[in-house]
Design a protein around this ligand. Sequence first.
Ligand code: FES
Length: 128
Amino acid sequence: MALYSEKVMDHFRNPRNLGVIENADGIGEVGNAKCGDIMRIYLKIDDEIITDVKFETFGCGSAIASSSMATELIKGKPVSEALDLTNKAVAEALDGLPAYKMHCSVLAEEAIKNAIEDYRKKKENKGK
Ligand code: FES
């Protein structure tokens, strides 16, 4: 069996939503101290709906594929749904990741959660 599914290879070779959003409503960055990989997620949110999402990942192929898939899974969705996205769901949508690469999908889950937290903080500050 091939180590990586076709979906992983496809998202690695043709990442969806790669890039930066200027004036993003929320930005989340996470890193993994062991492998040194870094992922950043940018969100544009309108009325609690994620209208746009982009990512920058300085990391391994699985991290790039996970970010790409995760952005696809939350685009157009309510913020509350994006908060529920687990790394397992990202890996499943990619038709699986090797066990020792599961931590790469964790980065995607955490980066999204951090970006939403950032969005909430910015929104609170605006209200003050
Ligand atoms: Fe570090 Fe994949 S090896 S995120």
